[in-house]
Design a protein around this ligand. Structure first.
Ligand code: PGA
Length: 224
């Protein structure tokens, strides 16, 4: 079975790069997390990949919250997934406390989006029930991505044993979730990572801006 390839452009990309992806990629395993400003454009195009947002508001629905974008708005614009609690959001935003993450998960699930919840080396907070919403009924649509801070953008990935150990612990606690690894994933290490037990997919940052590299990674995923 092919695995999830989540490509997080962060605050990068352009309409012309997006057009190249739309025209060249024919692969439903790709979930492209693009800046919100591009989502409606991509959703209306004839594309074969799925769309993700990189965050959603703690505020639900609609209302007087200048600058915020709610989970319902993302859903209406054509998004299927939303990344929640990425370490770059947690370090730069007052909103991403464990309580805020709980609310965002709830908003995403209410809006029928599939949340991709990021955890770092402090994944124990997740295992210690600090994310209250992770109760059984909601789990089937949740994906948890293990993204150690030491691996994001550094070129240094943990050992296979470390990745397997953490994802295993998450699966033991939440056996219905899908588990991803993220941090310095690229074409050179993709086949090693996808073959680690309990890796249901990857979350890719920097390498996801290179169309040829993403195509090679998708090809590798198909040949598993
Ligand atoms: P990276 O980023 O692949 O550039 O390390 C991963 C991420 O931040 O999700």
């Amino acid at each position: 079975m092919n695995k999830m390839i989540v490509a997080n452009w962060k605050m990068n990309g352009s309409i012309s790069l997006l057009n190249e992806f739309i025209n060249s990629i024919k692969d439903e395993n790709l979930i492209l997390a693009i800046p919100n400003i591009y989502i409606a454009y991509a959703a209306l195009a004839n594309k074969s990949f799925k769309l993700a947002a990189q965050d959603c508001s703690v505020f639900d629905g609609y209302g007087p919250h200048t600058g915020e974008i709610s989970a319902s708005m993302l859903k209406e614009s054509g998004t299927e997934y939303v990344i929640i609690g990425h370490s770059e959001r947690r370090s730069s935003s007052n909103f991403d406390s464990p309580d805020a993450i709980d609310i965002k998960l709830k908003n995403a699930i209410n809006a029928q989006l599939n949340p991709i919840l990021c955890v770092d080396e402090n994944f124990e907070t997740l295992l210690n029930n600090q994310i209250k919403l992770l109760i059984d009924d909601n789990l089937k649509n949740i994906t948890i991505a293990y993204e150690p801070l030491s691996a994001i953008g550094t070129g240094q990935i943990p050992s296979n044993e470390d990745i397997e150990h953490v994802l295993n612990r998450i699966k033991i606690k939440y056996n219905k979730v899908k588990t991803l690894y993220g941090g310095s994933v690229n074409y050179n290490n993709i086949s090693n990572i996808l073959n680690i037990p309990n890796v249901d997919g990857v979350l890719i940052g920097g390498a996801s801006l290179n169309l040829q590299e993403i195509q090679s990674i998708l090809g590798c995923n198909k040949s598993l």
